[in-house]
Ligand binder design. Sequence first.
Ligand code: FES
Length: 275
Amino acid sequence: MSYKILKKEELIPGQTTMLVIDAPQIAQKAKPGNFVMLRVNEHGERIPLTIADCDAKNGTITIIYLVVGKTTAEMNTLKEGDGFADVCGPLGKPTHIEKTGTVVCVGGGTGIAAMHHIAKGHVEAGNRVIAVIGARSKNLLLFCSELSALCPEVRIATDDGTEGHKGFVTEVLQDLLETEDDVAEVVAIGPVPMMEAVCRVTKPFGTKTTVSLNSIMVDGIGMCGACRCTVGGKTLFACVDGPEFDGQKVDFDELKARLRQFTEQEAESTEMFSK
Ligand code: FES
């Protein structure tokens, strides 16, 4: 089966791309929080990408990726009409969504796209969703209009102050938790330091905090152990036990160290590809 690219849009030129892929069987089953493993071609590595949206009626899934290494650079050479060798999914446990009241969804970088799918699930469940999104600058913010259409309360933070609060999403979150007394849950998706910082902010408030771990994955189905992480003192696999976990229980230091373990090889591979 060819997983054809039906739409390609560069959200941030040269950096972040959105693809709408023909994948009817995945679209039928995908839920917020799920991810797919895909390969560009038969010689390619498998990489995990969160499903940012899906359309069961039209049989499509949407993924957003940051061009950070060899495989994402290779993906960026594909055009509309090209296809992937394989797309496996939906994988991972879906987000636990129930009607709880007010949910604050925090997203940073490309994590905003994944957060959008989860925010949509919470809105559909009848929750009040407050979205908090952040980026270094206004032109790096993703999904602003989609989130505004979904929930009326979208708070923005940019490092340089070009949009919204000048500073970090964690400062906006701190302010929200001090002023809103009925926040049932905080969901954070984005760079690891951001998710860790969100957990530091929510801890004194005792607010349930869910994070989505972007561990290195190889098979995505619990066989290889590449994505192992420590949560609450137990070794778990992000691909089958997660990718979402109670943020207060995650060993972030271990996660950061494991994410760095192939930095050299990744740089070498990217350099060889770009030659
Ligand atoms: Fe292999 Fe999770 S990616 S066990």
